[in-house]
Design a protein around this ligand. Sequence first.
Ligand code: PEP
Length: 248
Amino acid sequence: MRKKLIAGNWKMNQTVTEAGHYFEKFKVKAREDVDLVFILPFTDIPVAKFFISRSSIGLGAQNMYPAESGAFTGEISPLMLKDLGCTYVICGHSERREILGESDEFIARKVKCALDHDITPILCVGETKDEHDAGKTEEKIETQVRAALEKIPTDKVSNVVIAYEPIWAIGSGAAATADEAEAVAKLIRQIVKNIAGKKVSDQVRILYGGSVNAGNINDFTGEKDIDGALVGGASLKPEEFISIYQKA
Ligand code: PEP
């Protein structure tokens, strides 16, 4: 039985002051059956930790450099994230792939490095609108999933969370349909099965992301292969994010 996961990705939003106001309002009753995680800008992580330290809410970062320390100006290491209390990190969000040119190979190194440091990587995969319209979704997803998972020891693959985020649905207000998302989640589970076997593919958590809100979360979490959501814009509103968590 896979435990559901709701992860809120604030992207590059909220100053430390704003984050403090947010967490003053974020009062939620914990659920045993759903994990809740905030994926925050680095600067907001300590303030979040102050507010949620006595709860079961998890903390994560939006990026990480795959080395423990060294001459990597502007980057953040897994040791730094662990010391801040992060147990999750996003690897390969489409905004980083597209705007910052991150390659499948570089993202694979981040996923492996996160696992080596007992940080759960949330691997993001997804196709562009053009690829979607050209019927290339499956090919794109297979390439991205294989690149990230094939170099990982089989027994560690179940610790990866995979988020299917169609790029055309992110921030657009037009989410994929539950059927579309389920079809890709099922494909991802099949790819994981081919790489690491059935037991692992039954364990791996697969999220949907792309314009999830309190009104559509149930459509996605009601699907067999979807184990939760990666939520961007709607996680910036405390009441709505609480509602998404409660309905998931
Ligand atoms: C995201 O940032 O990963 C995301 C899915 O954003 P939104 O929910 O705003 O579409």
